[in-house]
Every structure is written in C-alpha cells, then in structure tokens.
Design a protein around this ligand. Structure first.
Ligand code: PEP
Length: 258
C-alpha cells in the first residue's frame, strides 16, 4: 500500500490572524487523527515561519508556493530556496499554471528552480497540465510531456526520485470543473509511463503524482481511488479546515481500500 499525500495551496489568501487561525484549526483536527497520509500546507511565504512553529506540535509539513530561479543577490522582491528552507519550508510548489500564465515562467526557469530546491533539501511539487483548448484539440499528452521533459528530465535518477508531480488541468483549477476519475487516471498513467521510460519502473512507481483542480470533499474519494492518483493538490478547499480535513480523510480511506 502506498500512502497518499494531500497538499493544500493557499495561494494569495488569508491575512496574518486568519492564517494563524486556519493553521491552528488544521493542527487541532490532525491531533485527534492517526494518519498514514502525509499532509503539506503551502502557505504564502510570509507565514512560513509561523506555519513551521505550529507544525512542530502537529503532523503536517510546511510548503512554499514559489521560489526564485536565482540562488541569491540583487533580485528585489524574490525569495531564495535557502531562505525558504531557513524559514521552515520542506516542500515548494513549482510551475503552478497561475505562475506560468500570469508571471510567464518558462520551462528553463522552472528547471533552475527545481535544481535550487533540491540543493536546499526542499521537495519540489512540480505542476503540469493542459489548457482547455489543448484538451479539446486532443493535444494534451504532448503538452504535458513537454512540460515534464523540459523542466525535469535533466535530473539524474537519484534527484528525480525526490520530486512530487501534480497533474493540474488548467481548465479545472478554481473553476468548479473537475476532471473525471477516468480523465485523471488516463493522464496520471501516461505521466507514470514517461517517467518509467526515462528512469525505470522503481522510480516510476515511487514517484507521487497528485491530482489538482477543483478537488473537494465530495469528489476526492473517487479521484484518490484511481490506481495512479497518489493524492491531491488542493486550492480553494484547503482554505477551510473542515473541508481540507475531509479531503485528508478521503485520502486515508482510498489508501486503505487499495
Ligand atoms: C490549485 O491551485 O493548485 C488548485 C488545485 O486549485 P483549486 O483546488 O481551487 O482548483
């Protein structure tokens, strides 16, 4: 049985006291649960230290949502991988579609970010996924292959083994439209296949491939029950403790039913 991972992506939400309240209520709920599922909460960077403090008394990990492609220096406003690590982040989302679309992040920059995260002992949660028109044109495997190969396939086997992938169809993010379990499984199996071709069966099996895109308490169990769906990256539903915990429970149930 492979345990699931459920990661919350808060995006640019919550002020300081709201963030504290949400972290505390996640921690309190988790206190009462004996979990196999690993939980990651990706907060805005300004809350990482607080999240790391609260997580010490609980059983969730802390993640960031973005990192600079440069290691240090004159990059006003940027945050380096070393800074994230020193503030308590053990995970970091890379290549989220919002960053690709609004901030024009390129595959080349994403490859540099991945390298810096790994050098600083932070697990990248690498996002890939097609836009609506790419799905409609039937071109989605090619889009996803390019995203993964261009940003990750320079890594050797040992380093690739430390990566989490998240398949996030852009048309499903924040839209209330979710991929069906069949659509998710089809892409996850394809991703695992291309990893296997490059890095072999063991790495392909070990690599976590999360689903993200309007995943919620109602649809999580069906999605997480798919053979190649190893958990979820959760946006909107991670902003309410009960909803997030319900998704964690769905992950527990799915891995027990495996
Ligand atoms: C996300 O932003 O990673 C995401 C999956 O968002 P949502 O769950 O809100 O669709």
């Amino acid at each position: 049985m492979k345990n699931k991972i459920v990661a919350g992506n808060w995006k640019m939400n919550k002020n300081f006291s709201e963030a504290e309240e949400l972290l505390v209520s996640i921690a309190e709920s988790l206190d009462d649960m004996r979990l196999e599922t690993e939980i990651v909460v990706c907060t805005p960077s300004v809350y990482l230290e607080m999240a790391a403090d609260i997580s010490e008394e609980s059983n969730f990990y802390v993640g960031a949502q973005n990192v600079s492609y440069a290691p240090k220096g004159a990059y006003t406003g940027e945050i380096s991988a070393e800074m994230l690590k020193s503030a308590g982040a053990d995970f970091c989302i890379v290549g989220h579609s919002e960053r690709r679309n609004y901030f024009h992040e390129t595959d080349e920059e994403l490859a540099k970010k991945v390298d810096l995260l790994l050098e600083n002992d932070i697990v990248p949660i690498f996002c890939c996924g097609e836009k609506l028109e790419e799905r409609q044109s039937g071109n989605y495997f090619q889009v996803i292959d390019n995203q993964i190969k261009n940003a990750l396939f320079h890594l050797d086997k040992e380093h690739f083994d430390g990566i989490i992938l998240a398949y996030e169809p852009v048309w499903a993010i924040g839209t209330g439209l979710t991929a069906t379990p069949e659509q998710a499984q089809e892409v996850h199996a394809h991703i695992r296949r291309i990893i296997e071709e490059k890095y072999g069966t063991e790495v392909a099996y070990n690599t976590y491939i999360l689903y993200g895109g309007s995943c919620n308490a109602r649809n999580a169990l069906d999605l997480f029950s798919c053979q190649d769906v190893d958990g979820g990256l959760i946006g909107g539903a991670s902003l309410v403790a009960e909803d997030f915990i319900a998704i964690v429970n769905a992950a527990e149930t799915a891995s027990k039913n495996d």
